[in-house]
Write a protein that binds this ligand. Structure first.
Ligand code: ATP
Ligand code: LTN
Length: 334
């Protein structure tokens, strides 16, 4: 608890161009939770280097992501928005937690298996211990809740296991975090293959709507979305493409699938696709305008980066010092 509020932590990687899936599955929920909790939202740039990055691009993308957090509606005066690499406690705690995590546990992580297959020429140890750094992120701030998409549930489970193991040995050091999965938008699927999630690393640009896509591109991608031959607008697992379009529509406009089924009863997929395109444009266009405005104000963003890194460091150090004491590292001499 900080000031009688429960703590929330989440983060996103500054790799690739963010998609509508990232926004509806993660960012949008963050904004809706930000009044209720004391929030830490990190740009997890240290996670990004588990895959090879071009330095200039990484720096640019990290800044763009931090700006996007603010543009999406997170008030940087109230929420701690910061770069993971500006708080060295993340790396220090990750090392300690590495010593409380088993190879067998990490071997089961599906994201590791996926990424290892994708980057067969660079299966580095960081990629393998990625979930431990993620656990350190969350546990450093004694987070109660962690809003993530369904794909991150396994990492949340291992975080809880590591925390419980540590607490079992040393007493109540860490708060055990709970995942928070949003009701709509939890898993937005690819527009070209609704069996796969929409992902920023998809090679097919028509599969994903990028947050910075212009309105015409958004409309075109929705029009080209893969559906089926049933011909009825139903929210059903047997019609994954249509189901996905309905999910996107619901998440953008705050409607329920039942309402959408009623709205489109007797109407064709063409109309649904058009309506989804407009709904997405109505969400992304204002977001893009705010990003453009914020980008102009360099000193404002710089100030946020500096102040929030200090705030994050303060809380992170509190936990790290406690952990160091518990495991028997010698006290610092002041
Ligand atoms: P990559 O393609 O590089 O694996 P990604 O698009 O899956 O990346 P992440 O950086 O892993 O994105 O995820 C950032 C956040 O967005 C996470 O909380 C994740 O659960 C959420 N997210 C990502 N893709 C989707 C999606 N298609 N639907 C809902 N949430 C998503
Ligand atoms: N692994 C996450 C990003 C991430 C994260 C975190 C999310 C890193 N640290 C801590 C929540 C809490 C991802 O790839 N989406």
């Amino acid at each position: 608890m900080i000031d009688n509020k429960k703590v929330l932590f989440s983060g996103m990687q500054a790799t690739g161009n963010l998609t509508l899936g990232n926004y509806l599955g993660a960012l949008k929920n963050w904004v809706s939770l930000s009044d209720e909790y004391e929030c830490f939202y990190s740009v997890v740039d240290m996670h990004s280097i588990t895959v090879r990055q071009d330095p200039a691009t990484l720096r640019k993308r990290a800044r763009a992501l931090l700006t996007l957090y603010i543009a999406a509606g997170l008030d940087p005066e109230k929420n701690c928005i910061y770069y993971q690499s500006h708080v060295s406690c993340h790396a220090e705690l990750a090392w300690i937690l590495n010593c409380f995590t088993y190879m067998g546990e990490l071997n089961r992580m599906t994201q590791f298996k996926d990424k290892a297959a994708k980057h067969a020429d660079n299966i580095n140890a960081g990629l393998f211990t990625y979930p431990v750094l993620m656990a350190a992120d969350i546990l450093l701030y004694q987070a109660d809740v962690v809003p993530v998409g369904i794909d991150q549930m396994q990492h949340l489970e291992i975080t809880r296991d590591i925390a419980q193991r540590f607490n079992g040995i040393y007493g109540d050091v860490f708060t055990i975090p709970e995942a928070y999965i949003g009701k709509t938008g939890a898993k937005i699927m690819s527009l070209q293959d609704p069996a796969k999630k929409m992902s920023k690393s998809d090679e097919n640009v028509n599969a994903s709507i990028y947050l910075m896509d212009d309105p015409d591109a958004i409309r075109r991608k929705c029009k080209r979305a893969v559906t089926d031959s049933v011909g009825e607008v139903r929210y059903s697992d047997e019609q994954p493409g249509v189901k996905n379009l309905i999910s996107i529509y619901c998440a953008c406009l705050g409607k329920t699938p039942e309402e959408v089924e009623r709205e489109f009863a007797g109407r064709g997929y063409g109309e649904l696709k058009e309506a989804v395109g407009e709904a997405v444009v109505s969400v992304l266009e204002p977001l893009q305008k705010r990003v453009a405005e914020l980008e102009k104000d360099k000193s404002y963003i710089d100030g946020i980066i500096k102040n929030n890194a200090e705030k994050a460091n303060y809380y992170a150090q509190k936990t790290l010092r406690k952990v160091q004491r518990k495991i028997g590292f010698p006290d610092r001499i002041r």
